[in-house]
Ligand binder design. Structure first.
Ligand SMILES: NC(=O)c1ccc[n+]([C@@H]2O[C@H](COP(=O)([O-])OP(=O)(O)OC[C@H]3O[C@@H](n4cnc5c(N)ncnc54)[C@H](OP(=O)(O)O)[C@@H]3O)[C@@H](O)[C@H]2O)c1
Length: 115
């Protein structure tokens, strides 16, 4: 008989489009959740690169610097003990490309779309 193992470690999450309307709400929810931990925040604005995403959004320090280096962030995420989720909240025109890049590093991509 096999027994399914249940992990209690928080799910690591990377948010792409971190400073957009959906991104900031997602990060607020992740920061408040006990079963998720934000490990990456992707944004395009060069003025924000390297800044703490929590401080930029007014949530207090989350110790996650904003980056625009998707490949490096995915590579870091792929080294996590738990498989990260990539939450893509950018734009429909680029989500497919982003999901492909996430899948290439064995992530669990997710994106929001209007019904
Ligand atoms: N708002 C809603 O009520 C709602 C509901 C359901 C689903 N959605 C979906 O959620 C996603 C985000 O919507 P939103 O309302 O949060 O939009 P938003 O406020 O415009 O935020 C989009 C974010 O993605 C970034 N972004 C846009 N185009 C990009 C690209 N080509 N490459 C990389 N980053 C890019 C933007 O960066 P910059 O700041 O540099 O432009 C911004 O930070 C969309 O797919 C939308 O259809 C939105």
């Amino acid at each position: 008989m096999t027994t399914a193992s249940i992990t209690t470690a928080p799910i690591p999450v990377i948010v792409n489009g971190a400073t957009g309307k959906m991104g900031r709400e997602a990060i607020k929810a992740i920061a408040a959740a006990e079963d998720m931990v934000l490990i990456g925040a992707l944004a395009r604005n060069p003025a924000l690169l390297g800044q703490d995403i929590g401080e930029v959004l007014g949530y207090g320090a989350l110790e996650v610097p904003i980056t625009n280096d998707k490949e490096a962030l995915f590579a870091m995420g792929s080294q996590q003990p738990e498989v990260p989720v990539v939450l893509d909240l950018t734009h429909p025109a680029v989500i497919y490309e982003n999901v492909r890049a996430a899948i290439a590093t064995a992530f669990s991509p997710s994106s929001a779309r209007r019904a």
